[in-house]
Ligand binder design. Structure first.
Ligand code: AMP
Ligand code: GLY
Length: 432
Protein backbone atom coordinates (compact mmCIF):
# COMPACT_ATOMS: atom_id res chain seq x y z
CA UNK A 1 0.00 0.00 0.00
CA UNK A 2 0.93 3.67 -0.35
CA UNK A 3 1.03 5.93 2.69
CA UNK A 4 1.25 9.72 2.86
CA UNK A 5 2.57 11.42 6.01
CA UNK A 6 1.62 15.09 6.41
CA UNK A 7 4.19 17.36 8.09
CA UNK A 8 7.92 17.94 8.06
CA UNK A 9 9.32 17.80 11.59
CA UNK A 10 10.91 15.30 13.97
CA UNK A 11 7.59 13.68 14.80
CA UNK A 12 6.88 13.13 11.10
CA UNK A 13 10.37 11.73 10.55
CA UNK A 14 9.71 9.18 13.31
CA UNK A 15 6.28 8.38 11.84
CA UNK A 16 7.62 7.99 8.28
CA UNK A 17 10.54 5.86 9.55
CA UNK A 18 8.18 3.55 11.44
CA UNK A 19 5.63 3.34 8.62
CA UNK A 20 8.39 2.53 6.10
CA UNK A 21 9.27 -0.53 8.21
CA UNK A 22 5.77 -1.97 7.83
CA UNK A 23 5.56 -5.13 5.73
CA UNK A 24 2.25 -3.81 4.38
CA UNK A 25 3.75 -0.67 2.89
CA UNK A 26 5.32 -0.38 -0.57
CA UNK A 27 5.77 3.36 -0.71
CA UNK A 28 5.83 6.25 1.74
CA UNK A 29 5.37 9.90 0.74
CA UNK A 30 5.76 12.87 3.02
CA UNK A 31 4.51 16.42 2.46
CA UNK A 32 6.54 18.53 2.78
CA UNK A 33 9.07 16.29 4.58
CA UNK A 34 12.72 17.21 5.15
CA UNK A 35 16.15 15.76 4.17
CA UNK A 36 16.04 13.20 7.00
CA UNK A 37 12.60 12.04 5.99
CA UNK A 38 13.85 11.82 2.38
CA UNK A 39 15.95 8.83 3.48
CA UNK A 40 12.80 6.81 4.22
CA UNK A 41 10.11 8.46 2.10
CA UNK A 42 9.58 10.43 -1.07
CA UNK A 43 9.15 14.08 -0.14
CA UNK A 44 6.44 16.07 -1.91
CA UNK A 45 6.61 19.85 -2.00
CA UNK A 46 3.17 20.62 -0.56
CA UNK A 47 2.66 22.54 2.70
CA UNK A 48 1.03 20.61 5.56
CA UNK A 49 -1.73 23.21 5.69
CA UNK A 50 -2.59 23.15 1.97
CA UNK A 51 -5.30 20.58 2.37
CA UNK A 52 -6.75 21.06 -1.10
CA UNK A 53 -3.41 20.32 -2.77
CA UNK A 54 -2.82 17.39 -0.40
CA UNK A 55 -6.22 15.97 -1.32
CA UNK A 56 -5.46 16.29 -5.04
CA UNK A 57 -2.08 14.61 -4.58
CA UNK A 58 -3.63 11.75 -2.60
CA UNK A 59 -6.33 11.15 -5.22
CA UNK A 60 -3.92 11.33 -8.18
CA UNK A 61 -1.42 9.00 -6.53
CA UNK A 62 -4.00 6.61 -5.12
CA UNK A 63 -2.81 6.97 -1.56
CA UNK A 64 -4.28 4.21 0.61
CA UNK A 65 -3.67 5.86 3.97
CA UNK A 66 -2.77 9.38 5.10
CA UNK A 67 -1.33 10.04 8.55
CA UNK A 68 -1.41 13.65 9.76
CA UNK A 69 1.34 14.92 12.08
CA UNK A 70 0.56 18.53 13.06
CA UNK A 71 -2.57 20.02 14.62
CA UNK A 72 -3.18 22.82 12.09
CA UNK A 73 -4.42 20.67 9.18
CA UNK A 74 -6.51 18.60 11.62
CA UNK A 75 -8.18 21.74 12.97
CA UNK A 76 -8.68 22.93 9.38
CA UNK A 77 -10.60 19.74 8.67
CA UNK A 78 -8.17 17.67 6.59
CA UNK A 79 -9.78 14.41 7.73
CA UNK A 80 -13.29 15.57 6.77
CA UNK A 81 -11.93 16.82 3.42
CA UNK A 82 -10.15 13.52 2.67
CA UNK A 83 -13.18 11.47 3.68
CA UNK A 84 -15.25 13.57 1.27
CA UNK A 85 -12.81 12.52 -1.47
CA UNK A 86 -13.18 8.86 -0.48
CA UNK A 87 -9.71 8.74 1.09
CA UNK A 88 -8.62 7.11 4.34
CA UNK A 89 -7.03 9.59 6.70
CA UNK A 90 -5.89 8.99 10.28
CA UNK A 91 -6.93 11.65 12.77
CA UNK A 92 -10.00 13.32 14.26
CA UNK A 93 -12.53 15.41 12.34
CA UNK A 94 -12.34 19.21 12.66
CA UNK A 95 -15.04 19.04 15.33
CA UNK A 96 -13.00 16.52 17.31
CA UNK A 97 -9.80 18.53 16.78
CA UNK A 98 -11.39 21.49 18.58
CA UNK A 99 -10.28 19.77 21.76
CA UNK A 100 -6.86 21.22 20.95
CA UNK A 101 -7.95 24.12 18.73
CA UNK A 102 -10.00 25.76 21.46
CA UNK A 103 -8.69 25.52 25.00
CA UNK A 104 -11.86 27.33 26.10
CA UNK A 105 -14.08 24.64 24.59
CA UNK A 106 -11.86 21.88 25.96
CA UNK A 107 -12.10 23.41 29.44
CA UNK A 108 -15.86 23.68 29.19
CA UNK A 109 -16.10 19.98 28.31
CA UNK A 110 -13.72 18.97 31.11
CA UNK A 111 -15.85 20.94 33.54
CA UNK A 112 -19.15 19.63 32.21
CA UNK A 113 -18.05 16.00 32.49
CA UNK A 114 -16.16 16.49 35.78
CA UNK A 115 -12.80 15.41 34.39
CA UNK A 116 -9.98 16.51 36.73
CA UNK A 117 -8.23 19.68 35.55
CA UNK A 118 -7.01 23.03 36.92
CA UNK A 119 -9.79 25.42 37.84
CA UNK A 120 -9.95 28.30 35.42
CA UNK A 121 -12.00 31.18 34.03
CA UNK A 122 -12.44 32.04 30.37
CA UNK A 123 -12.61 35.61 29.09
CA UNK A 124 -13.55 37.17 25.75
CA UNK A 125 -13.22 40.75 27.01
CA UNK A 126 -9.92 42.31 28.08
CA UNK A 127 -11.65 44.49 30.68
CA UNK A 128 -13.30 41.50 32.43
CA UNK A 129 -10.08 39.49 32.46
CA UNK A 130 -8.19 42.46 33.91
CA UNK A 131 -10.77 42.94 36.63
CA UNK A 132 -10.58 39.24 37.49
CA UNK A 133 -6.77 39.27 37.74
CA UNK A 134 -7.02 42.40 39.92
CA UNK A 135 -9.28 40.50 42.29
CA UNK A 136 -7.04 37.42 42.58
CA UNK A 137 -5.15 36.76 45.77
CA UNK A 138 -3.16 33.68 44.89
CA UNK A 139 -0.25 33.73 42.42
CA UNK A 140 1.32 32.38 40.23
CA UNK A 141 -1.48 32.03 37.72
CA UNK A 142 -1.36 30.56 34.24
CA UNK A 143 -2.55 32.56 31.24
CA UNK A 144 -3.48 30.69 28.09
CA UNK A 145 -4.46 31.91 24.67
CA UNK A 146 -7.42 29.74 23.73
CA UNK A 147 -6.49 29.13 20.08
CA UNK A 148 -3.56 27.46 18.36
CA UNK A 149 -0.30 29.28 19.12
CA UNK A 150 2.34 26.71 18.13
CA UNK A 151 2.86 25.73 21.78
CA UNK A 152 3.75 29.30 22.76
CA UNK A 153 0.42 30.59 24.04
CA UNK A 154 0.87 29.60 27.69
CA UNK A 155 2.51 31.82 30.27
CA UNK A 156 3.08 31.21 33.97
CA UNK A 157 2.84 34.58 35.73
CA UNK A 158 4.51 34.91 39.12
CA UNK A 159 2.57 37.93 40.32
CA UNK A 160 -0.25 40.33 39.45
CA UNK A 161 1.96 42.75 37.51
CA UNK A 162 3.29 39.98 35.27
CA UNK A 163 -0.20 38.59 34.75
CA UNK A 164 -1.63 41.99 33.78
CA UNK A 165 1.30 42.64 31.43
CA UNK A 166 0.93 39.23 29.77
CA UNK A 167 -2.83 39.66 29.49
CA UNK A 168 -2.28 42.92 27.62
CA UNK A 169 0.23 41.24 25.30
CA UNK A 170 -2.28 38.50 24.51
CA UNK A 171 -5.55 40.42 24.28
CA UNK A 172 -4.61 44.00 23.38
CA UNK A 173 -1.32 43.68 21.49
CA UNK A 174 -2.58 40.45 19.87
CA UNK A 175 0.74 38.64 20.10
CA UNK A 176 -0.93 35.38 19.08
CA UNK A 177 -3.38 36.99 16.64
CA UNK A 178 -6.91 35.60 16.80
CA UNK A 179 -5.69 32.71 19.00
CA UNK A 180 -5.53 35.21 21.89
CA UNK A 181 -9.00 36.66 21.37
CA UNK A 182 -10.21 34.40 24.16
CA UNK A 183 -7.95 33.89 27.18
CA UNK A 184 -8.05 31.46 30.09
CA UNK A 185 -6.79 32.44 33.54
CA UNK A 186 -5.95 29.24 35.30
CA UNK A 187 -4.89 27.90 38.67
CA UNK A 188 -1.27 26.78 38.65
CA UNK A 189 -0.94 23.07 39.37
CA UNK A 190 2.07 21.57 41.11
CA UNK A 191 3.43 18.09 40.63
CA UNK A 192 5.17 16.15 37.91
CA UNK A 193 4.27 16.50 34.27
CA UNK A 194 3.83 13.52 31.99
CA UNK A 195 2.22 12.76 28.66
CA UNK A 196 -0.02 9.85 27.90
CA UNK A 197 -0.92 9.16 24.31
CA UNK A 198 -3.69 6.78 23.33
CA UNK A 199 -5.24 5.45 20.17
CA UNK A 200 -9.02 5.51 20.15
CA UNK A 201 -11.68 4.69 17.60
CA UNK A 202 -14.35 6.29 19.78
CA UNK A 203 -15.17 3.00 21.52
CA UNK A 204 -11.92 1.30 22.47
CA UNK A 205 -8.95 3.12 24.00
CA UNK A 206 -5.44 1.70 23.64
CA UNK A 207 -2.90 3.74 25.60
CA UNK A 208 0.69 3.91 24.45
CA UNK A 209 3.57 3.65 26.90
CA UNK A 210 4.06 6.77 29.02
CA UNK A 211 6.44 9.52 28.01
CA UNK A 212 7.79 12.74 29.42
CA UNK A 213 8.79 15.92 27.69
CA UNK A 214 11.30 18.57 28.82
CA UNK A 215 9.64 21.84 27.84
CA UNK A 216 11.99 24.47 29.26
CA UNK A 217 14.84 25.62 27.03
CA UNK A 218 17.71 25.21 29.50
CA UNK A 219 19.10 22.72 32.01
CA UNK A 220 17.30 22.44 35.33
CA UNK A 221 13.99 23.40 33.71
CA UNK A 222 15.07 27.02 33.39
CA UNK A 223 14.38 29.44 30.59
CA UNK A 224 11.40 29.92 28.31
CA UNK A 225 8.96 27.19 27.31
CA UNK A 226 9.74 25.48 24.01
CA UNK A 227 7.98 22.86 21.92
CA UNK A 228 10.12 20.30 23.79
CA UNK A 229 13.89 19.99 24.18
CA UNK A 230 13.87 16.24 24.67
CA UNK A 231 11.71 13.38 25.83
CA UNK A 232 11.96 9.91 27.24
CA UNK A 233 9.80 6.84 27.68
CA UNK A 234 8.64 5.35 29.99
CA UNK A 235 8.03 8.06 32.57
CA UNK A 236 8.27 7.01 36.21
CA UNK A 237 5.69 9.70 37.00
CA UNK A 238 3.06 7.29 35.68
CA UNK A 239 2.96 4.26 37.98
CA UNK A 240 0.39 1.53 37.38
CA UNK A 241 -1.85 3.20 39.95
CA UNK A 242 -1.64 6.57 38.20
CA UNK A 243 -2.16 4.83 34.86
CA UNK A 244 -5.39 3.34 36.17
CA UNK A 245 -6.50 6.78 37.39
CA UNK A 246 -5.67 8.36 34.03
CA UNK A 247 -7.63 5.70 32.17
CA UNK A 248 -10.67 5.69 34.42
CA UNK A 249 -10.88 9.38 35.37
CA UNK A 250 -9.61 11.01 32.18
CA UNK A 251 -9.42 8.89 29.02
CA UNK A 252 -12.66 6.93 29.31
CA UNK A 253 -14.71 10.00 30.38
CA UNK A 254 -13.31 12.25 27.62
CA UNK A 255 -14.00 9.72 24.85
CA UNK A 256 -17.48 9.23 26.28
CA UNK A 257 -17.98 13.00 26.52
CA UNK A 258 -17.01 13.49 22.88
CA UNK A 259 -19.54 10.85 21.85
CA UNK A 260 -22.22 12.53 23.97
CA UNK A 261 -21.38 15.87 22.36
CA UNK A 262 -21.77 14.23 18.93
CA UNK A 263 -18.13 14.71 18.11
CA UNK A 264 -17.02 11.07 17.95
CA UNK A 265 -13.25 10.95 18.10
CA UNK A 266 -11.03 8.69 16.03
CA UNK A 267 -7.30 9.15 16.11
CA UNK A 268 -4.55 9.75 18.57
CA UNK A 269 -5.44 11.53 21.78
CA UNK A 270 -2.62 13.13 23.74
CA UNK A 271 -3.28 13.95 27.37
CA UNK A 272 -0.84 16.47 28.85
CA UNK A 273 -1.02 15.74 32.57
CA UNK A 274 0.12 17.08 35.90
CA UNK A 275 0.42 14.28 38.45
CA UNK A 276 -0.57 16.16 41.59
CA UNK A 277 -0.95 15.08 45.22
CA UNK A 278 -4.65 14.70 44.39
CA UNK A 279 -4.10 12.50 41.38
CA UNK A 280 -3.58 13.23 37.69
CA UNK A 281 -5.14 16.39 36.21
CA UNK A 282 -5.42 17.48 32.59
CA UNK A 283 -3.22 20.41 31.50
CA UNK A 284 -4.28 20.11 27.89
CA UNK A 285 -5.40 17.71 25.23
CA UNK A 286 -3.65 17.49 21.90
CA UNK A 287 -5.29 15.77 18.97
CA UNK A 288 -2.11 14.35 17.45
CA UNK A 289 1.18 12.70 18.33
CA UNK A 290 3.49 14.73 20.58
CA UNK A 291 6.76 16.14 19.34
CA UNK A 292 9.31 15.02 20.58
CA UNK A 293 7.52 12.29 22.61
CA UNK A 294 6.78 10.36 19.41
CA UNK A 295 10.49 9.87 18.69
CA UNK A 296 11.28 7.71 21.78
CA UNK A 297 7.81 6.11 21.74
CA UNK A 298 8.11 4.85 18.16
CA UNK A 299 11.61 3.53 18.75
CA UNK A 300 10.09 1.40 21.51
CA UNK A 301 7.07 0.29 19.49
CA UNK A 302 7.65 -3.24 18.24
CA UNK A 303 4.27 -3.76 16.56
CA UNK A 304 3.60 -2.69 13.01
CA UNK A 305 1.99 0.76 13.31
CA UNK A 306 0.00 0.59 10.07
CA UNK A 307 -2.66 -1.92 11.27
CA UNK A 308 -3.14 0.33 14.29
CA UNK A 309 -3.93 3.32 12.09
CA UNK A 310 -6.25 1.24 9.95
CA UNK A 311 -8.12 -0.30 12.87
CA UNK A 312 -8.74 3.18 14.33
CA UNK A 313 -10.19 4.36 11.01
CA UNK A 314 -12.30 1.20 10.68
CA UNK A 315 -13.55 1.24 14.27
CA UNK A 316 -12.05 -2.13 15.14
CA UNK A 317 -9.35 -1.14 17.57
CA UNK A 318 -10.57 -3.75 20.06
CA UNK A 319 -8.83 -6.41 17.94
CA UNK A 320 -5.42 -4.77 18.35
CA UNK A 321 -2.64 -5.38 20.82
CA UNK A 322 0.55 -3.41 21.01
CA UNK A 323 3.95 -4.91 21.67
CA UNK A 324 6.63 -2.71 23.22
CA UNK A 325 10.35 -2.99 23.57
CA UNK A 326 10.84 -3.01 27.35
CA UNK A 327 14.00 -0.94 26.95
CA UNK A 328 13.62 2.80 27.63
CA UNK A 329 14.34 5.39 24.95
CA UNK A 330 15.65 8.95 25.21
CA UNK A 331 15.47 11.76 22.64
CA UNK A 332 17.76 14.80 22.93
CA UNK A 333 16.95 17.80 20.75
CA UNK A 334 19.67 19.94 19.15
CA UNK A 335 18.36 23.47 18.78
CA UNK A 336 19.44 26.73 17.13
CA UNK A 337 20.90 29.52 19.27
CA UNK A 338 18.05 31.88 20.22
CA UNK A 339 15.27 29.29 20.05
CA UNK A 340 12.41 29.58 21.09
CA UNK A 341 12.97 33.23 20.12
CA UNK A 342 14.67 34.46 16.94
CA UNK A 343 17.37 32.33 15.40
CA UNK A 344 19.52 32.19 12.28
CA UNK A 345 18.84 29.53 9.61
CA UNK A 346 20.81 27.77 6.90
CA UNK A 347 23.87 26.87 8.93
CA UNK A 348 25.81 23.79 7.82
CA UNK A 349 25.46 20.76 10.10
CA UNK A 350 28.58 18.68 10.68
CA UNK A 351 28.94 15.11 11.91
CA UNK A 352 25.69 13.67 10.57
CA UNK A 353 27.51 11.19 8.34
CA UNK A 354 29.63 9.87 11.23
CA UNK A 355 26.71 8.54 13.24
CA UNK A 356 25.99 4.85 12.88
CA UNK A 357 22.18 4.79 12.91
CA UNK A 358 20.18 1.58 13.30
CA UNK A 359 17.42 -0.04 15.34
CA UNK A 360 18.81 1.38 18.59
CA UNK A 361 19.86 4.85 17.47
CA UNK A 362 18.20 7.33 15.13
CA UNK A 363 18.83 10.95 14.26
CA UNK A 364 15.39 12.34 13.49
CA UNK A 365 15.43 15.56 11.48
CA UNK A 366 13.15 18.31 12.77
CA UNK A 367 14.22 21.59 11.15
CA UNK A 368 16.60 20.82 8.31
CA UNK A 369 16.83 21.66 4.64
CA UNK A 370 19.03 20.72 1.72
CA UNK A 371 21.06 23.60 0.19
CA UNK A 372 23.70 22.97 -2.44
CA UNK A 373 23.55 19.28 -1.54
CA UNK A 374 24.35 20.06 2.11
CA UNK A 375 22.06 19.52 5.07
CA UNK A 376 21.58 22.89 6.77
CA UNK A 377 19.47 24.13 9.67
CA UNK A 378 15.98 25.37 8.87
CA UNK A 379 14.21 25.62 12.22
CA UNK A 380 14.53 26.18 15.97
CA UNK A 381 14.53 22.50 16.80
CA UNK A 382 16.91 20.97 14.30
CA UNK A 383 17.55 17.31 15.19
CA UNK A 384 16.25 14.77 17.71
CA UNK A 385 18.88 12.18 18.54
CA UNK A 386 17.04 9.17 19.93
CA UNK A 387 18.52 6.04 21.51
CA UNK A 388 17.33 2.86 23.19
CA UNK A 389 19.28 1.54 26.17
CA UNK A 390 19.21 -1.11 28.86
CA UNK A 391 17.90 1.48 31.30
CA UNK A 392 17.22 5.22 31.14
CA UNK A 393 20.79 6.11 32.11
CA UNK A 394 22.16 3.88 29.35
CA UNK A 395 19.71 5.23 26.75
CA UNK A 396 20.59 8.77 27.75
CA UNK A 397 24.34 8.03 27.60
CA UNK A 398 23.97 6.60 24.09
CA UNK A 399 21.91 9.55 22.90
CA UNK A 400 24.42 12.08 24.29
CA UNK A 401 27.36 10.18 22.79
CA UNK A 402 25.83 10.77 19.36
CA UNK A 403 24.75 14.34 20.14
CA UNK A 404 28.35 15.25 20.95
CA UNK A 405 29.44 14.25 17.46
CA UNK A 406 26.97 16.54 15.69
CA UNK A 407 26.74 20.31 15.66
CA UNK A 408 26.38 23.58 13.84
CA UNK A 409 27.23 27.16 14.68
CA UNK A 410 25.39 28.12 17.87
CA UNK A 411 23.82 24.69 18.38
CA UNK A 412 22.70 23.94 21.91
CA UNK A 413 20.98 21.15 23.78
CA UNK A 414 19.95 20.34 27.31
CA UNK A 415 22.39 18.17 29.22
CA UNK A 416 19.84 16.75 31.65
CA UNK A 417 17.29 14.96 29.47
CA UNK A 418 16.07 11.94 31.46
CA UNK A 419 18.83 12.74 33.93
CA UNK A 420 17.09 15.34 36.10
CA UNK A 421 14.35 13.24 37.62
CA UNK A 422 13.28 14.10 41.15
CA UNK A 423 14.40 11.62 43.77
CA UNK A 424 10.97 11.38 45.37
CA UNK A 425 7.98 11.74 43.15
CA UNK A 426 4.45 12.46 44.24
CA UNK A 427 3.55 9.06 42.88
CA UNK A 428 5.70 7.32 45.45
CA UNK A 429 4.59 9.66 48.23
CA UNK A 430 1.02 8.59 47.65
CA UNK A 431 2.08 5.00 48.17
CA UNK A 432 1.95 3.69 44.60
P1 AMP B 1 -0.17 23.55 27.56
O1 AMP B 1 0.15 24.00 26.16
O2 AMP B 1 -1.54 23.91 28.03
O3 AMP B 1 0.23 22.13 27.84
O4 AMP B 1 0.86 24.35 28.48
C1 AMP B 1 2.24 24.34 28.23
C2 AMP B 1 2.97 24.08 29.51
O5 AMP B 1 2.63 25.06 30.49
C3 AMP B 1 2.62 22.76 30.16
O6 AMP B 1 3.36 21.71 29.61
C4 AMP B 1 2.97 23.02 31.59
O7 AMP B 1 4.36 22.93 31.80
C5 AMP B 1 2.57 24.46 31.76
N1 AMP B 1 1.19 24.57 32.28
C6 AMP B 1 0.05 24.68 31.56
N2 AMP B 1 -1.02 24.77 32.37
C7 AMP B 1 -0.57 24.71 33.62
C8 AMP B 1 -1.19 24.74 34.91
N3 AMP B 1 -2.50 24.90 35.07
N4 AMP B 1 -0.39 24.63 35.99
C9 AMP B 1 0.95 24.50 35.86
N5 AMP B 1 1.60 24.47 34.69
C10 AMP B 1 0.85 24.57 33.57
N1 GLY C 1 5.74 17.98 23.19
C1 GLY C 1 4.54 18.71 23.36
C2 GLY C 1 3.62 18.66 22.24
O1 GLY C 1 3.78 17.92 21.29
O2 GLY C 1 2.63 19.38 22.28
Amino acid sequence: MKVLVVGGGGREHALAWKIARSSRVDRVYCAPGNPGIAQVAECVDIAATDIDALGRFAVENRIDLTVVGPEDPLCQGIVDHFEGLGLRCFGPSARGAELEGSKAWCKAILRKYKIPTASSRTFDLYRDARRYIDSLEIFPVVLKASGLAAGKGVSICENREDALAELKVMMEDKKFGTAGRTVLVEEMLKGREASLLAFTDGQTIVPLESAQDHKAAFDGDRGPNTGGMGAFSPSDAISSKVMYQVESQILVPIVHALNREERPYRGLLYAGLMITGNGPKVLEFNVRFGDPETQPLLMRLKSDIVPLFESVIDGRLEDQEIEWDPRPAVCVVLASRGYPGEYVKHLGIHGLGDIQVGDDLQVFHAGTELRNKRVVTAGGRVLGVTALGQDLADASRRAYQAVEQIGFEGSFYRHDIARSLPQTSIVRESGA
